[in-house]
Design a protein around this ligand. Structure first.
Ligand SMILES: Nc1ncnc2c1ncn2[C@@H]1O[C@H](COP(=O)(O)OP(=O)(O)O)[C@@H](O)[C@H]1O
Ligand SMILES: [Mg+2]
Ligand SMILES: [Zn+2]
Length: 244
């Protein structure tokens, strides 16, 4: 018989004062039978916590939030300026809507250092905490991912399957839009945006371009689709947070 699975139970010499019962010795355990039950329950509960924790960690890791913004939240976003207050309120509202199942888009444009990526990561974490799937990626990285798929030697993943992958998330955060090369790469990014529109998925698009430049860049067809169902537009046109 396997001693590990079926440990021998011996009568111990001790007495459990908590349960007024004679102790037993079972494997490495010594205590009364009631203590044994409590011990096993506590161990199972701890194991449950650990499994939950590991699932949660994997869920958060899948969002690929940049290390630099791992602590970025709504709570630590400073609102000294009216524009910052507006940006915080609008993004937090958007996050709440997506958590509640809305399918809407958000565009955040403006100068560098105004906390756009900060608010995007805060949004991602809010969603993740509620069990939603969020994914952060820069426009450049996304274009690279699709182009790598063309290289048959590296993987048999086709362009279509990468687009499919990025269509699945409840919220895709596409950051630094417009910093990548023009033409071909842009077309790839647009394919993902169209695919998300067709699949009724929410997207957050962030860019250092002006709103006008962004509209031109997306083109009328994509821009009108982007507005479908509701679009939040946030313009961040104040000075760098570190310079305030
Ligand atoms: N209003 C703010 N409150 C707190 N931190 C901020 C704020 N604005 C910017 N930051 C911080 O400044 C740094 C640059 O912000 P970031 O989100 O990367 O700007 P952007 O994406 O607009 O270029 C980050 O570390 C970010 O957390
Ligand atoms: Mg940024
Ligand atoms: Zn006991």
């Amino acid at each position: 018989m396997n001693a590990m699975l079926n440990p021998e139970i011996l009568q111990g010499s001790g007495f459990c004062t908590k349960h007024n019962t004679k102790e037993i010795i079972m494997g490495g355990f010594q205590g009364c039978p009631q203590c044994a039950v409590e011990y096993v329950n506590a161990a199972n509960k701890q194991h449950g916590f650990e499994v939950q924790k590991s699932v949660r960690e994997k869920h958060f890791a899948g969002a690929m939030i940049p290390e630099r913004h791992k602590d970025a939240g709504f709570r630590n976003y400073i609102t000294q300026l009216a524009g910052q207050k507006n940006a915080l309120t609008q993004t937090a509202n958007f996050a709440k809507k997506i958590v509640n199942g809305a399918i809407e888009n958000l565009v955040m444009v403006g100068s560098t250092g105004t906390g756009k990526t900060h608010l995007a990561c805060a949004t991602a974490r809010t969603l993740l905490a509620k069990g939603k799937y969020a994914r952060y990626i820069t426009s450049e990285e996304l274009a690279q991912r699709i182009m790598k798929a063309w290289d048959k030697d590296t993987k048999d993943q086709s362009e279509q399957s990468v687009i499919h992958e990025f269509t699945q998330y409840d919220l895709l955060i596409l950051d630094e839009y417009g910093l990548h090369d023009r033409e071909k790469r842009l077309e790839l990014i647009h394919k993902v945006l169209y695919s998300r529109y067709d699949a009724c998925k929410a997207t957050m698009l962030i860019s250092n371009m002006t709103l006008e430049q962004l509209k031109n860049d997306l083109g009328d067809r994509l821009w009108s689709r982007f507005q479908h169902g509701g679009l939040t537009i946030i313009e961040c046109n104040w000075k760098d947070a570190r310079a305030v």
